[in-house]
Design a protein. Structure first.
Length: 230
């Protein structure tokens, strides 16, 4: 029994580990083509725990941001300075990189998402709802599902990522299946793990890397990052 305290301490460190989360400042600076799926915490009274997802990419040396910023903007594509692209904060919130591509794969994914952006079915401002969606996270998840060269796991607190009137199909990373309705859903994916979706809130367990995903709080365990694609 005397060996239990160090074992418990080690397990606690594993469960609380967040150092694997990539920061924008770690993105490569010498690549001609880079694509990064990012998120930041929303600053709103009732959604202080929720995440806003967006895509930054570097194309021939110039950074751009593709997103739906909010209910009044619709789908936007804006030029970014290098300072903004590599900033670890956005409007005072920590920014995390969910996945990163470089080189030819990034170039191909950029071509795919640019073409897809013009065909997004909920691109008008009248189609935006903070909850249950469609919203900014629904847009990024839709891009991931439909761009063959792009796969990523969005944060489990990205409300709207599973929004659908009815869907049976591939998960956003593409390594499993999901069933979703506005009220109830579920998914099983090698990357995301096993999830239950209740009113667009996610409860789940991930195995690669190990983590527990509960609404309103951060991911307990290792953060998902590009190690999957390395």
């Amino acid at each position: 029994m005397r060996n239990w305290p160090p074992i418990i301490a080690l397990l606690a460190c594993v469960l609380l580990c967040t150092s694997c989360a990539m920061r924008p400042s770690e993105l490569p600076r010498d690549e001609e083509y880079v694509l990064a799926v990012k998120d930041a915490t929303i600053h709103a009274a009732l959604l202080f725990w929720a995440k806003h997802s967006f895509i930054d990419y570097r194309k021939q040396g110039t950074w751009q941001r593709l997103e739906i910023p909010g209910p009044a903007e619709g789908v936007t594509l804006l030029a970014l300075s290098d300072d903004d692209a590599y900033a670890d904060l956005r409007k005072g919130s920590d920014v995390r990189v969910r996945t990163m591509l470089t080189g030819d794969r990034a170039k191909l994914a950029i071509e795919e998402i640019e073409a897809l952006a013009t065909t997004y079915p909920n691109r008008s401002i009248e189609s935006y709802y903070y909850w249950p969606g469609p919203n900014s996270n629904t847009f990024v998840a839709w891009q991931i599902r439909n761009a063959p060269s792009l796969d990523a796991e969005l944060d489990h607190n990205a409300i709207g990522v599973n929004h659908a009137l009815f869907r049976i199909g591939a998960t956003p990373p593409g390594y499993g299946l999901t069933f979703d309705t506005p009220v109830l859903g579920a998914s099983a994916d090698l990357r995301e793990g096993i999830e239950l979706h209740i009113l667009q809130l996610e409860f789940g367990v991930a195995l690669f890397p190990p983590a527990i995903k509960l609404p309103f709080i951060g991911r307990i365990g290792w953060q998902s990052r590009d190690w999957w694609d390395e």
